[in-house]
Design a protein around this ligand. Structure first.
Ligand SMILES: [Cu+2]
Length: 331
């Protein structure tokens, strides 16, 4: 895999001491965050300013995460059996280590019920993405998956980096195309039939036509980079951000006088899932969509798209990448 040569490295001896992931500098600027044309949670579209920052050119890979685990002994959330105290009412046989795994259905199913394709896989973790009998052999350059928010945070700290805000992530994903639908030119998911990202072609969740070449994750950098030279911002795997989730953007687009600068999302107390009042696990914003996003089910393969993810939850299509804020990096 070759990452674009023009990609700069985060310089300075300090930056080099940790993983040598290629980082790209994103100059600060102003852009339209969100969209009024899609899901309610993306609205309202509003102007936002962000300062410049460095961002990993790709999501964190299995090889990189393995190095982190070897050096620190970090045990991911998915590898630890849940404590009954944290999950009152949970069935005892469910309190085992594991993570959410996608299982393709045999045929068309009710798309309103996600348990038709998601299962809590006992023994599923970053080394065993589809359960104890699976492995990441040959997947060194794929994004690491089954990463909870705390795992991503721990990695970032070890790497001397940070996780992005939603605004930083979205600004980077847009690649300089302000207000555009996609992270590339034009108004199509696949301009001229050309796959631009690892998404799902066919009827979700049973028919995968593999037009993009991959059924599950793909090696990072398999598709064209965006205007900033960033890979896999869209598709492949969702990515964590540090913002607490809110039902919609809180900014008021009518207030042109006060454009939010480096916004940090909503309040933690507002991030809980209103549909599940008994579960008090706060949720973060995840971005970018994944190999499971399909026009027939979930059109979140766009920079404006967002989703809520409880901080204790990990899945086979959720990863992350790190940033370094300008004020903290040596250039
Ligand atoms: Cu999706």
């Amino acid at each position: 895999m070759s990452i674009a040569r023009k990609v700069k490295r985060a310089g300075g001896p300090k930056a080099k001491a940790r993983p040598e992931t290629e980082m790209v500098f994103i100059p600060g600027g102003e852009f339209t965050m969100g969209s009024d044309r899609h899901y309610a949670e993306e609205a309202p579209a509003h102007r936002v300013k962000v300062d410049g920052f460095w961002i990993d050119a790709t999501p964190v890979t299995n090889a990189e995460f393995r190095r982190f685990v070897r050096e620190t002994g970090h045990v991911t959330f998915a590898e630890i059996a849940p404590d009954p105290k944290d999950y009152p009412g949970a069935l005892p046989h469910m309190l085992r280590a594991g993570s959410l795994v996608f299982v393709k259905s045999k045929g068309p199913v009710d798309l309103k019920n996600w348990s038709n394709w998601w299962t809590f896989g006992f023994g599923a973790d970053w080394r065993h993405p589809y359960g104890p009998d699976s492995s990441i052999k040959g997947l060194d350059d794929h994004p690491v998956v089954h990463i909870s928010y705390r795992d991503a945070e721990a990695y970032a700290k070890w790497a001397g980096k940070e996780l992005p805000t939603e605004a930083e992530w979205e600004f980077a994903a847009r690649g300089g195309l302000d207000g555009a639908e996609f992270a590339w030119e034009g108004h199509e998911l696949m301009p001229g039939g050309q796959p631009m990202a690892n998404t799902w072609q066919g009827e979700f969740p049973w028919q995968n036509l593999l037009t993009d070449g991959y059924e599950k994750t793909s090696p990072v950098g398999s598709y064209a980079p965006n205007g900033y030279g960033l890979y896999d911002m869209i598709g492949n795997t969702w990515e964590w951000t540090i913002d607490w989730y809110s039902q919609k953007h809180t900014a008021d687009p009518a207030k042109a006088c006060c454009i939010p600068q480096n916004p940090r999302g909503g309040a933690e107390e507002q991030s809980y899932d209103a549909c599940q009042p008994n579960i008090k696990i706060p949720r973060k914003v995840i971005k970018g969509g994944s190999f499971l996003c399909a026009p027939s089910y979930c059109r979140r393969y766009r920079p404006a798209a967002r989703h809520a993810e409880p901080i204790d939850t990990s899945t086979c299509h959720l990863s992350f990448r790190c940033i370094k804020r300008e004020r903290t990096s040596e250039r």
